[in-house]
Design a protein around this ligand. Structure first.
Ligand code: CP
Ligand code: NVA
Length: 304
């Protein structure tokens, strides 16, 4: 059974195929041509954390593909608490044709996928956000054409978003630089997994944000405090303060640079209002691409 839990488990050809399919589906919708790949299919979403983009883009994407989605709050389902992950997965598999999860522990998506007889999609875990990475690279592709050799400078935390994007960049021959404060880089197990699944060298990690953007085609940032880390917010606000994506940082980048942010953004923290709204910013195009990338993933998962 194919799942979409991380970027790590998919080869470059599959990932390129999914990006091409996303482009094709996006163009088809613009012309009013809708695929019926999910006709008579039901997609179940269970989210332990808040969401706007992921939930709505999946639900809208499923509707565009002719299917039906249903949403359950993780707090109600009690994944692994009210019943075991395996019992949840075996029950859900009787009702739905695919399961989309947003969870704290990555082991939750793994535990459910292991017992599920329908495809499981990771809509964000503490360590991975693979659907986001696909939409991000789709956006880079729309901006620059061929993505091979392009450089993304990620300014901030080596978090779930950074990790999935770094792996996708590695698989597609792109360069990924993470500029982060001391203590907030990629964890040791990330490097070990990366080396196991990606043939290119590990992403570069540096302290100096200005240095990171010098040859960047894309500047990327995300919130400094991810969902589940709220108790660390004050500490993080202080430590990440020199890593704000602002006009001064943008001036150090090449003129053609684009700015991405997975959203939600905290204007005035990791990114300024001015940069969010500047011509280089493609953050809403990027948000829109979540739906197209995920439709391609769902279609591909349904074909097995
Ligand atoms: N980028 C993203 O996943 O947004 P949501 O948290 O709103 O789903
Ligand atoms: N790193 C953020 C991404 C939100 C889409 C978080 O996990 O909260």
């Amino acid at each position: 059974m194919r799942h979409f839990l991380t970027i790590l488990e998919h080869d470059a050809d599959t990932l390129r195929h999914l990006l091409a399919e996303a482009t094709r589906l996006k163009a088809a919708v613009a012309k009013g041509n809708f695929s019926t790949a999910l006709q008579n299919k039901v997609v179940g979403l269970v989210f332990e954390k808040p969401s706007l983009r992921t939930r709505v883009s999946f639900e809208a994407g499923v509707a565009q593909l002719g299917g039906v989605s249903l949403f359950q709050a993780g707090s109600e389902v009690g994944l692994g608490v009210r019943e075991s992950l395996a019992d949840f997965a075996r029950t859900m598999s009787q009702y739905v044709n695919a399961i989309v999860l947003r969870v704290f522990e990555h082991s939750t998506v793994e535990g459910i996928a292991a017992a599920s007889s329908v495809p499981v999609v990771n809509g964000l875990s503490d360590t991975s956000h693979p659907c986001q990475a696909m939409a991000d690279v789709l956006t880079v592709q729309e901006c620059f054409g061929d993505v091979a050799g392009k450089t993304i400078a990620f300014i901030g935390d080596g978090n779930n978003v950074a990790r999935s994007l770094a792996v996708l960049c590695g698989k597609l021959g792109m360069n990924f630089i993470l500029a982060h404060p001391e203590g907030y880089g990629f964890p040791a197990d990330f490097a070990a997994n990366y080396a196991k699944h990606v043939s290119s060298t590990l992403p570069t990690e540096i302290r100096d944000a200005g240095e990171a953007v010098k040859s960047a085609d894309v500047i990327y940032t995300d919130v400094w405090t991810s969902m589940g880390q709220e108790a660390e917010r004050e500490k993080r606000l202080n430590e990440f303060a020199p890593y704000q994506v602002n006009d001064a940082l943008l001036k150090k980048a090449p003129k053609h640079v684009k700015v991405l942010h997975c959203l939600p953004a905290h204007r005035g923290e990791e990114i300024t209002h001015d940069v969010m709204e500047c011509p280089a910013s493609v953050v809403f195009q990027q948000a829109g691409n979540r739906m197209h990338a995920q439709k391609a993933i769902l279609e591909w998962l349904m074909k097995q």
